[in-house]
Design a protein. Structure first.
Ligand SMILES: [Zn+2]
Ligand SMILES: [Zn+2]
Length: 259
């Protein structure tokens, strides 16, 4: 499996607009973070997780040239506002809709924002089209099973995803935007090769894991490697690398991880 971190920033990205007190070193490009989204290649399938507002630029800079399935973790703007740019991938599929999987909350949000795209074929060539699918406990795709779980994130529940590639037996957990990783999610991820965790900042936050909370989850799950995402400007790449054990790394935009 391969995981490409397209974006690793919180809802305002780093640097923030009209803000001059960034705590991270902006001379280090690893601290420039677009909004959080990721691309997984498993059993040859290209699975896109979320579409940040910078989705088009993320696809270009990371050479994303194919998307077979789209999974939306939840309907917050920093995860959903790039979906119109899926139009290019509909075009490639001979103008047929792209399958979008999410919770009720996520699908309702997509329908509210993109009413012109909820159809089996794009209205005109070059338009986007989304086929909405309510995701169940598992999503079976050829050669890969995706187990799903729900995690608390303020007033909503966010989809946690555990990818299991049949051919290699490798497992990868992707848990962004959560205040807690409940027991089902911890069990699913136990001993997985790669774990991705929300680690917003050092200080307590009502809807996201802090660095210490993320480290505790990682230790309990015993993942071989853990990558931190959805980070604010408080999180400096070099400082974190010095402080953290070698199997836990802050992710950065453009990082590619293979299992
Ligand atoms: Zn969110
Ligand atoms: Zn978010």
């Amino acid at each position: 499996m391969e995981l490409i971190f397209l974006g690793t920033g919180t809802s305002q990205g780093v640097p923030m607009i009209a803000f001059h007190e960034h705590k991270c070193d902006l001379n280090n490009p690893k601290n420039w973070r677009t909004r959080t989204s990721a691309h997984v290649i498993a059993a040859g399938l290209h699975i896109q997780i979320d579409a940040a507002p910078e989705f088009r630029l993320q696809c270009i800079s990371n050479k994303i040239e194919k998307i077979d399935y789209f999974i939306l973790t939840h309907g917050h703007s920093d995860h959903v506002m790039g979906m119109d740019d899926l139009r290019r991938f509909c075009d490639q599929r001979d103008s047929s809709a792209i399958d979008v999987y999410s919770t009720d909350e996520g699908l309702n949000r997509v329908a509210e924002i993109y009413p012109y795209a909820i159809m089996d074929k794009p209205r005109y060539k070059g338009y986007p089209a989304f086929r909405l699918n309510l995701i169940g406990d598992t999503l079976e795709l050829p050669g890969v099973t995706i187990h799903t779980t729900l995690m608390p994130h303020g007033s909503l529940q966010v989809l946690g995803l555990l990818f299991h590639e049949h051919g290699t037996g490798h497992r990868l957990a992707y848990y962004t935007d959560c205040k807690d990783v409940p027991s089902r999610a911890r069990k699913l991820a136990h001993g997985c090769e790669v774990m991705v965790l929300d680690a917003l900042r050092y200080e307590e936050h009502p809807t996201h894991l802090t660095l210490n909370e993320a480290l505790a989850v990682s230790a309990e799950c015993g993942a071989q490697r853990t990558f931190l995402t959805h980070m604010t400007h408080h999180m400096d790449y070099d400082v974190l690398c010095k402080r953290l054990p070698a199997h836990i790394r802050p992710a950065y935009d453009g990082l590619r991880v293979s299992t």
